[in-house]
Design a protein around this ligand. Sequence first.
Ligand code: SF4
Ligand code: SF4
Length: 141
Amino acid sequence: MKLSTMWKEALGSLVQRPATEKYPFVRQEAPEHLRSKLHWDLEGCTGCSLCAKDCPANAIEIITIDKKAKRFVFHYYVDRCTFCGQCVASCNKDCIELVNNEWELAALDKDNFELYYGNDADVDSVLAEPAEADVEEPITA
Ligand code: SF4
Ligand code: SF4
């Protein structure tokens, strides 16, 4: 490139608007078909676990609290998910959706990458399990 052309382009760019977007101060609407965070709807879920079995990333675990009462907890590993949409296709009850507007998923805390969907009481009982397992039995002589 000639020096004169280079100068012309450099000076021209000084008066042009930036080509980049002013994210995060200015946000564009997400494309309609963008695949972002997965949501699960307990209504209609049969606990069949097809979504978990078909997930190539091992990002779903269906925890059964009470099958007859249809009480399940959907454990979703956001950091494993590749947003492929296989679970959505596999669920014949339409319980899973990849929404298009929750794509800002970066976080400093690893806990943010594990989500539990379900009734509050069921989720609490699942979260309480590891804590209970950590409790050491008293030593008896
Ligand atoms: S979108 Fe793909 S990777 Fe993510 S949970 Fe569903 S099947 Fe697994
Ligand atoms: S495939 Fe659908 S119905 Fe079956 S466990 Fe997953 S979300 Fe529930």
